[in-house]
Design a protein around this ligand. Structure first.
Ligand code: ADP
Length: 635
């Protein structure tokens, strides 16, 4: 029969497996066992509502068998099995797109090895690290036919019908010949298999059994003499190798932090340690155990639609759902882990689960736990927290503004902003603590980066008085400030548009007087600029800069910039711009002089000042050619 080709991505990945870029070949067994365990989970789950399965919990097992003569290892399960289509779909393609891209991106950067195995669901292919010929014989639940998938590597695979008397799957791996530095034959030894099962698959929920030879003493009586003597007989018996007690079920004193971390890395396919492990053991109205992990690294698809958040939900060690999203609030969707509650009904449907009171109680408790764990991390290991925040801060901030700020109070002390206080991001609490008593508002400036925020003309006045400013550098930041409204009774003040509240009544009166004196000039500038600005006024907030842009109304310049990046940008709301001129600046004197003697020149200066204000605000010029010409005309 003609060989089918692997999908090109898979083929390349397979090449990598065969040529073993990854030196820890031992993990192939873990990957194959984990697939077998998943398949049993699936059939067991079906059996809860479908009597035709005819199996009870005790009947399920994974059997491992090594045949030294044939040089094969067989991993058999009596799980849900695969149809011919399943084989095509699951064993011919990499389950998740993006995996190879990740590999390529990282292969160049890293001479070191990256555990991509399992990270993107390429587990099955790891069989090719140790074998040169893989056969999968399977019969799916509900089918009366067996199918055989066979491949010797990158050149393709075949799927044919074959005999298989019971539902389930056998994965038969023909072990490679020994090569220099690689003693593949070890994998055919029972001691080696046992060691690997203990090391990597001890917590698998289903029994992993092997035939083990045991030599036992047997008392024998000699019938003629009546004497008894001890004889040793060797028997082969099936033995369960794994302990099967899931790690989260074991007491805290029994399991080290390192064990939990190892479990996380293996189960959730992360190469980096989590920043925190949270263990919960609750008894009472709702009993449950939870083991949660707060990761430092971000999955490649985290900020995309494809990412599925949620915790693994078990009832007494049996998986009910792989990603139960209802257990986590949106703002903590990066948290991974396991929840196990004996109170849950096993055959609960997804729809019912959503309205389940117990799930709601657990979710509310977990939210509190996660928050307090993050607070603890922030206080005790600020460096670690910042590393976490760099990756997930945006998620927390979006969590604050979502649902009309429902979670804003819960999250407000967890978010960080850049500021004029130093290069590290700080909390609002830290900002508030550094405020002198006389300061009545929290100043902030929004721009695309910390340096451009610091360079905004409007920040000068505030800083010159020794006061600090929060630098909002992400589009979501301003929405966060808006939804908060205040922190600790202190209102927020945008240095670019709000009243800074720094002037005395006298100073204010002075500016108003000066503005009145210059009214015709200011009107002239407004007329020259037309609709580009809603008004022109003298500034209270400029020191060394000649002009800046302020705004009127809800929409600020940074929000406008953000809206422009979104689809339908043409119709996006615009900020109402106000041109503020520095009445103390030489440029203003020049403008005034020109206004009295040469109106064309005055109009040119007005346009230049407006353009400079645009540039200082990090906005594009409206007409580059005109600006260049205007500047040249002044030289
Ligand atoms: P992953 O397990 O991460 O999805 P794998 O490459 O290990 O990726 O497996 C691909 C798919 O093949 C599995 O998701 C499953 O659908 C199917 N599969 C693998 N092994 C078995 C098995 N023993 N029984 C049933 N299905 C299996």
């Amino acid at each position: 029969m003609a060989k089918k080709q692997f999908k090109s991505e898979s083929k390349r990945l397979l090449d990598l497996m065969i040529n073993s870029i990854y030196t820890n070949k031992d993990i192939f067994l873990r990957e194959i066992i984990s697939n077998a365990s998943d398949a049993i989970d699936k059939l067991f789950y079906i059996s809860l509502t479908d009597e035709r399965v005819g199996m009870s919990r005790e009947d399920f097992r994974i059997r491992i068998f090594a045949d030294k003569d044939k040089r094969t290892i067989t991993v058999s399960d009596n799980g849900v099995g695969m149809t011919a289509e399943d084989m095509e779909k699951n064993l011919g393609v990499i389950a998740h797109s993006g995996s190879l891209q990740f590999k390529q991106d990282n292969a160049e950067a890293a001479g070191n090895e990256i555990d991509i195995i399992g990270q993107f669901g390429v587990g099955f292919y790891s069989a090719f690290m140790v074998s040169d010929d893989v056969t999968v014989v399977s019969r799916a639940y509900g089918s009366d036919k067996g199918f055989c998938w066979h491949s010797t590597g990158a050149d393709g695979y075949t799927v044919t019908e074959c005999d298989k008397d019971a539902v389930g799957t056998d994965v038969v791996m023909h072990i490679k010949p020994d090569a220099e530095g690689e003693h593949y034959s070890d994998y055919l030894e029972n001691w080696k298999l046992r060691e690997l099962i203990k090391k990597y698959s001890d917590y698998v929920r289903w029994p992993i059994v092997m035939d083990v030879e045991e030599t036992k003493p047997v008392e024998k009586t000699d019938e003629s003499t009546g004497e008894t003597k001890t004889e040793y007989v060797t028997e082969t018996a099936e033995q369960t190798i794994n302990t099967m007690v899931p790690i989260w079920q074991r007491s805290k004193s029994d399991v080290s932090e390192a064990d939990c971390v190892a479990y996380y890395k293996e189960q959730f396919h992360d190469v980096t340690d989590p920043v925190a492990v949270v263990r919960v053991s609750a008894e009472g109205a709702v009993s449950y155990k939870a083991m949660l992990f707060i990761p430092e690294t971000v999955p490649y698809d985290f900020y995309s639609r494809e990412y599925e958040a949620g915790l693994r939900l078990y009832s007494n060690g049996v998986l009910i759902m792989d990603k139960c999203a209802d257990l986590l609030p949106e703002c903590f969707r990066f948290v991974r882990g396991v929840v196990d509650s004996p109170d849950l009904s096993l055959n609960i449907s997804r729809e019912l689960l959503q309205h389940d009171r117990q799930i709601k109680v657990i979710a509310a408790n977990l939210e509190k736990k996660i928050r307090s764990e993050l607070m603890k991390l922030l206080e005790n290991s600020p460096e670690k927290y910042r590393a976490f925040f760099k990756n997930y801060g945006t998620q927390l901030k979006y969590g604050m503004v979502a649902n009309f700020g429902m979670k804003k109070d819960m999250l407000r002390d967890l978010i960080l902003f850049y500021s004029s206080m130093g290069s590290d991001a700080i909390t609002l609490k830290e900002y508030a603590a550094a405020m002198p008593e006389s300061q009545s508002v929290i100043y902030y400036a929004a721009a695309g980066s910390m340096s451009s925020a610091a360079a905004l003309p409007q920040t000068e006045e505030v800083r010159s008085r020794g006061l600090h400013i929060l630098y909002l550098t992400e589009p979501v930041d301003e929405f966060v400030i808006e939804i908060l409204g205040e922190y600790d009774g202190k209102k927020f003040c945008n240095v670019a548009s709000d009243d800074l509240g720094l002037e005395t009544e006298e100073e204010k009166a002075e500016t108003t007087q000066k503005e009145d004196e210059n009214r015709p000039l200011l009107d002239f500038v407004k007329q020259t600029l037309g609709d580009r600005v809603v008004s022109v006024r003298l500034s209270h907030r400029l020191k060394s800069f000649p002009a800046c842009l302020a705004t009127e109304g809800e929409i600020t310049l940074e929000m406008e910039k953000y809206f422009r990046t979104m689809p339908g940008a043409e119709d996006a709301p615009m900020a109402k711009r106000v041109l503020e001129l520095n009445g103390e600046h030489r440029a203003f004197d020049a403008l005034k002089k020109a206004y009295d003697s040469d109106r064309d020149r005055a109009a040119a200066i007005a346009k230049i000042l407006y353009s400079q204000a645009l540039l200082a605000a990090g906005l594009p010029l409206e007409d580059n050619a005109e600006y260049t010409e205007l500047v040249c005309s002044m030289l």
